[in-house]
Design a protein around this ligand. Structure first.
Ligand SMILES: Nc1nc2c(ncn2[C@@H]2O[C@H](COP(=O)(O)OP(=O)(O)OP(=O)(O)O)[C@@H](O)[C@H]2O)c(=O)[nH]1
Ligand SMILES: [Mg+2]
Length: 369
């Protein structure tokens, strides 16, 4: 078993601090209302509100680094003064959170479910300014502890071995700027980017840390990341057409074997994952020798003959249920070639899938429903 988590930790000097955080507890307080001026009928300013807002740039780690106390307090409203009878409103606080965050209070009530980019939800209301109803004193702002829980949501989940070019592809398809480097396990936590089409349609893409052989039985990180592809509508296998080798101690795997291995890892993790629509993107077509590598891989993928199967069995990398891919596309994520075609196909497949699901639901309701 190759344990992704262990490998990652050993690569980073055993520091646990790089672990992916998917829960964060924060404290939010709305600003108190400013005092009123009863003798002149002056009303205090309302206290500021605290909001959460989903942002593509935010991660829990960054949020924690920016606000180590994890306390978010909005400003008090200004008192009413003779010169300014209506006290000014206190400033709001907006907490940027990653897309997909579900905000839950201590009673497990869902306060906000941020599944759209830029969505803003009020979490702690500011107190009203001093007026006749509150004895001109101004009310306290709402105070509460909140649990931010990340539920990764994306239409497309990138699966692939380390170094295949997943993050480069995410960058080519969206406005995200993921970390890209020539060593394996550059991406250590899932990243979501949004691919925008010319008609403003948006499809979200999740770039996941590289999978390795044995990821299905990795109790640590491997599982955690596979969990995130469970909710995606489409799996995109990103495969280096030149093959992959994790280290000199590991076997070299050709592009075709990589596809089989990814297929196997998914089915061993959860059988239903291989029933999801999937596409293969063979990457790095700009490099020398890519043409021949691509031909080989395509031939083997199409053939599925006995000889091929038995050689996979010999290596113990034959999946039980080979995925029938909706399409196989060749790209160069680095040079942005084949990206438009890939984007179009992703959209078509997701639309077909949505239509199929809707038809299914209608049929379930029956003619009278
Ligand atoms: N020549 C060429 N190099 C590429 C291409 N796509 C990615 N690369 C390079 O391959 C290396 C790995 O790219 P990443 O995008 O970081 O790969 P990844 O799949 O995200 O890797 P992990 O995050 O480690 O799993 C980088 O040096 C990229 O510049 C491509 O289309 N052509
Ligand atoms: Mg990456």
């Amino acid at each position: 078993m190759v344990a992704l988590g262990r490998l990652m930790l050993s690569q980073r000097g055993g520091k646990v601090k790089n672990q992916f955080i998917d829960k964060l507890r924060i404290y939010a307080k709305g600003g108190s209302g400013g005092q009123g001026l009863p003798s002149y009928g002056g009303v205090g300013g309302k206290g500021g509100n605290v909001y959460v807002e989903s942002s593509s740039k935010m991660t829990f780690r960054r949020l924690k680094n920016l606000h180590p106390s994890k306390r978010f307090k909005a400003k008090e409203g200004e008192n009413s003064r003779l010169r300014c009878l209506q006290g000014a409103r206190g400033n709001d606080v907006i907490i940027p959170v990653p897309l997909g965050v579900c905000v839950v209070d201590d009673k497990r009530n869902v306060v906000a479910d941020l599944d759209k980019l830029g969505q803003r939800v009020l979490v702690a209301d500011g107190g009203s300014g001093g007026n006749s109803e509150n004895d001109w004193k101004g009310s306290m702002g709402q105070t509460l502890s909140l649990n931010l829980e990340l539920k990764l949501i994306a239409d497309v989940g990138f699966v692939g071995f380390p170094n295949a070019g997943k993050s480069t592809l995410l960058e080519a398809m969206s406005r995200s700027e993921p970390k890209i480097a020539e060593y394996p396990f550059t991406t250590i936590r899932p990243q979501v980017g949004v691919c925008q089409y010319s008609d403003l349609r948006q499809i979200s893409l999740a770039d996941l840390p590289g999978l390795v052989e044995g990821a299905h039985c990795n109790v640590g990180m491997g599982h955690k990341f596979l969990r995130h592809v469970e909710r995606t509508k489409l799996l995109l296998f990103v495969v280096d057409v030149h093959g992959f080798r994790l280290s000199p101690r590991h076997p070299f795997r050709t592009a075709f074997q990589t596809v089989m291995l990814l297929n196997k890892e998914l089915e061993l993790y959860k059988q239903h994952l291989v029933e999801k629509p999937a596409i293969v993107a063979f990457n790095k077509l700009d490099m020398e020798g890519a043409g021949e590598r691509l031909e080989e891989a395509l031939e083997l993928l199409k053939a599925g003959d006995r000889e091929t199967r038995s050689s996979l069995q010999d290596m113990n990398i034959q999946p039980e249920q080979p995925i029938i891919f909706k399409d196989i596309i060749s790209i160069s994520a680095k040079e942005h070639s084949g990206i438009e075609k890939l984007k179009t196909r992703i959209r078509e497949i997701i639309d077909d899938e949505t239509e199929r699901e809707e038809d299914g639901e209608e049929n379930m309701e029956g003619p009278g429903g």
